[in-house]
Design a protein around this ligand. Structure first.
Ligand code: ZN
Length: 131
């Protein structure tokens, strides 16, 4: 089953979408299987990371900015090449094991929609498969 979600994002930020993914799995009725969380945007991404200390999100974005600065020598006229780089490196999707009707995550893991060029209205898909 395929589910789609919409969200409003900040200028840059990690939005916790663990509850939405869990909700999709519950609604699918799949008990054992996998799910794919997919972002159909070129300046955003999906990742799994720590959900305990909010400073991790801050440090993640700061580290991304240091690693991928907005260079004046970039050619892309839209002016968001740094966001395109971050999107590709973090990746458009995550595959998560579904066990006992829930995403099989570690104690400190959450699923995040990563915005690198907001604020915008964005969407993401969750595909849940049994097996
Ligand atoms: Zn662009």
């Amino acid at each position: 089953m395929l589910f789609n979600f919409q969200l409003s994002t900040p200028a840059q930020g990690l939005v916790d979408i663990t509850n939405e993914v869990t909700e999709a799995i519950t609604e699918s009725g799949v008990n054992e299987g996998v799910c794919i969380v997919y972002c159909p945007h070129t300046t955003a991404a999906i990742t799994i990371n720590e959900n305990a200390d909010p400073d991790v999100k801050y440090d993640f974005l700061m580290g991304m900015d240091k690693t991928f600065p907005d260079l004046v020598s970039f050619r892309h006229a839209e002016g968001n090449s740094d966001a395109h780089l971050k999107s590709s490196v973090v990746g458009a999707s995550e595959m998560i094991i579904v066990s006992k009707g829930k995403p099989l995550l570690g104690t400190w893991q959450g699923i995040y929609f990563c915005e690198f060029d907001g604020p915008r209205t964005r969407k993401f898909y969750v595909k849940v498969m049994g097996g």
